[in-house]
Design a protein around this ligand. Structure first.
Ligand SMILES: C[S@@+](CC[C@H](N)C(=O)[O-])C[C@H]1O[C@@H](n2cnc3c(N)ncnc32)[C@H](O)[C@@H]1O
Length: 277
């Protein structure tokens, strides 16, 4: 596959297509795909109480990867539509939906055009979790699109890495600020890991991942400007991935936290918002 390394989203797409192949094969068991298919595994880092009742709801799952959380939502009684820009991931999600017979359908498209692709005003809930807006150059476009997906009275559940944590990296075992608190649209951060985060050894395409840090104020204002009401905001001390290997520690609940001795920063963020009825 040839990739235009000068086009950040094209480079990201090539990397996500390759990751989707590797993740679906699940050779390291990182995603426990078998558990999702069998119905024995639920979300990571999101409880039923966090999410509230979903039975009977039509849910848009934006940046659904290959649909594992979409299937978990469907097994809880929701009718789910996932969206992702990776055709490899979407094809995999459709295959898993067919294999399980769960009510989940999938759209190929950019998250910053989600409502154009999935249809405006159709959803009771938009679900966006773990590893999402850092891939998007324009969080205001994202906010407008997720807001447009909702019916009046519909709600957004957003949980992802905290921008305060994203600005840090370890230096000599201590976390220090290494990145600006807000990433300019035209100057994304570039990361060049050769392999994906699941422990698989397969090489990713030799281009960079391009990522953006969006401050909390931009995330919230994107939703408010799009006409949503802010229902809640929470900061958490956990993540579902090992953000800084050798620094973060995994608890018995499977979540990653900072050990004593490290400066305490929020590692993740939940924003709840809704479209006024
Ligand atoms: C870390 S995964 C998200 C995991 C996901 N939240 C889940 O439910 O498992 C990031 C996903 O974002 C997708 N993605 C990245 N940039 C995108 C964009 N501009 N539009 C739509 N999807 C995008 C990738 O293809 C990938 O599937």
């Amino acid at each position: 596959m040839t990739v235009d390394a000068a086009d950040p989203l094209a480079a990201n797409l090539a990397r996500w297509n390759a990751r989707a192949e590797i993740h679906m094969a699940d050779r390291t068991g990182f995603y426990d795909v078998e558990g999702v298919v069998a119905g024995t595994r639920t979300f990571e880092g999101v409880s039923d109480a966090d999410l509230g009742p979903v039975e009977g709801l039509r849910i848009a799952h934006v940046q659904c990867h290959f649909g594992l959380d979409s299937l978990i939502l469907a097994r809880k009684g929701a009718v789910v539509e996932g969206l992702d820009f990776s055709p490899v991931a979407i094809e995999g999600a459709r295959a898993l939906a067919a294999q399980t017979g769960l009510p989940a359908t999938f759209h190929l498209g950019d998250a910053m055009r989600a409502a154009e692709v999935m249809g405006a005003g159709r959803f009771d809930m938009v679900f966006v979790t773990w590893g999402t807006i850092c891939w998007l150059p324009d969080v205001f476009a994202w906010g407008a699109q997720v807001a447009a997906l909702l019916k009046p009275g519909g709600r957004l559940f957003f949980r992802d890495g905290h921008p305060a944590a994203q600005a840090l990296d370890p230096v000599d075992g201590r976390l220090v600020p290494c990145f600006d608190w807000r990433t300019a649209r035209e100057a994304p951060l570039r990361f060049e890991e050769e392999t994906t985060y699941t422990g698989d050894a397969d090489a990713l395409p030799p281009v960079a991942d391009h990522e953006w840090i969006h401050p909390v104020s931009d995330i919230v204002m994107a939703l408010l400007r799009a006409g949503l009401r802010l229902d809640g905001i929470e900061e958490h001390d956990f993540l579902v991935w090992d953000m800084w290997p050798g620094v973060t520690e995994r608890g018995e609940d499977g979540l990653w936290r900072l050990p004593p001795g490290q400066v305490r920063v929020p590692l993740s963020l939940t924003v709840r918002a809704s479209r006024p009825a």
